[in-house]
Every structure is written in C-alpha cells, then in structure tokens.
Design a protein around this ligand. Sequence first.
Ligand code: URA
Length: 211
Amino acid sequence: MHVVEMEHPLARDILCRLRDERTEPGAFRSLSRAMGHLLAVECTRRLGTSPIQVKTPLEETFGELCTSPPVLLPILRAGMGLLPAFQDLLPGSPVGFVAVRRDETTAKPLWFYDSVPPLEGRHVIVLDPMLATGGTSGAVVEYVFGRGAAEVTLACVVAAPEGVAELCRFDGLLIIAAAVDRELDDRWYILPGLGDYGDRLFGEGSPEPGP
Ligand code: URA
C-alpha cells in the first residue's frame, strides 16, 4: 500500500473551502467536483495510452488515446460528490455502485447494496472522500480485489492516519488524498476534518442560514 498526499496549491485552496463550516451545500458540491478533477488527474497518472493517427484541419499527425479506462466505484453516498468530476475526465469508464455505511455504535461496515460491472483484470478507482477508520473502504477494497481487479486506487479528500494504517494490509493499493489529517475523535470523525461529507453535500446538518 502506498499513500500520495496531493501537493497542488489548488488542492489546498479547495480543501480549505470544503473544511469551512460556512460553506453551504451548493458551494460544497461545486468544490467537491473541483477537488474530484484534481484527484482524477492524480489517480490516472499511470494510465496506458496507444498511439493513433489523427487528421487536424491542416494535416495528419499522431496523438495518443487512453486505453482501458478504469472502472469507477463510488461508495454511496459521499462518493457521489466525486463521481461527476471523474466522469468528466473519463467518459468511457464503466461505473459500479456500492452502498456501505458504518454502524455508528461499532464503526463496523454495514453492506446494503452493490451493482458492479466485471472487474477481472481492471484498474478500479474507489471513490470515498473520507477515509476514517478504514472499515468501510477496507471492506470495499477487499471485495474489489476478490473480484479479480488488477489494481485498486482509493480516491479520498481527507484520510485519517488510523484508516491509512488499517489499509496497510493491501499490497497493491494506492491511496490518493488531498490531506492526511491528525486523528479520529471518539465518534470516528476525522479531526480537523470537514464534518460529515454526505451531510455537507446533500444538506442535512448544514449550518442555519445567517440573518
Ligand atoms: N465520514 C465523514 O463524512 N466524515 C468523517 O469525519 C468521517 C467519516
């Protein structure tokens, strides 16, 4: 397992705005999409390409096209905040869905639903913005490798050191995060973090509008 923390100044800027408790859901969704674009670029750095001849309005030249686009696998619901950005850059990627949430009393993953295309030999990018205990993403990464994926990348906005340590058991896993934060609190929220990503995206728990 290998972790890459994005160094780009735009990633720091966007993350700072995502963290801000005053950022309302509409703006949070736009920022999540912007962060998704940066994550998608980082997650696809090693994608294979093949040469192709192309005719511009002026002459023939050579270009490259990406081969075998990765399978995208958002973990519902927070992963939906990154999916549109990944699809912008990878329009040919098959998309699967898994619905897993953590039991708030035990932090263990509860698996609700999956609808996943064939993964045999594929590069799979799991979209999970908040890597907290690693329970949920670990269950999904295990499932994906179990279905024969050749390579798995986990795209996160914020990761906790506890979650990173939990995922060390996966040899072929690459984690890309905008930041690795300090620690988890006693309810398994990431500190300093940004709160509940799903709530911030979809409105529950957002601050009351000011006067
Ligand atoms: N999931 C979230 O949305 N936020 C956290 O801080 C931890 C898990």
